[in-house]
Design a protein around this ligand. Structure first.
Ligand SMILES: [Zn+2]
Length: 88
């Protein structure tokens, strides 16, 4: 897990990124601006409603896979648990 409220040096190249705002808890002007821009873009894409829809779609797709293609579902599950499938 990432450290929160790290004290990054003022000249650290990671300032000005949303990830630094989130993972390091940096609230400098550059990181706050990056977070604002990230949130603006997130809202433009659909924000919370889009996240909810994507979550429902994934759950529905997973249910279809599990219920209609159980053998493949088990194979995928086994591969993931064995570390053979990683998030890209
Ligand atoms: Zn910063």
């Amino acid at each position: 897990m990432s450290a929160v409220f790290d004290d990054l040096a003022a000249d650290d190249p990671r300032h000005g990124r949303n990830s630094t705002y989130c993972n390091h808890g940096c609230r400098c002007d550059a990181c706050r601006a990056a977070n604002s821009e990230y949130r603006r873009a997130w809202r433009r894409r659909g924000g919370r409603d889009l996240e909810r829809r994507v979550k429902l779609e994934r759950a529905a797709a997973l249910a279809v896979l599990r219920d209609r293609h159980y053998a493949e579902y088990r194979e995928i599950l086994t591969a993931v648990r064995a570390g053979e499938v990683v998030d890209s």
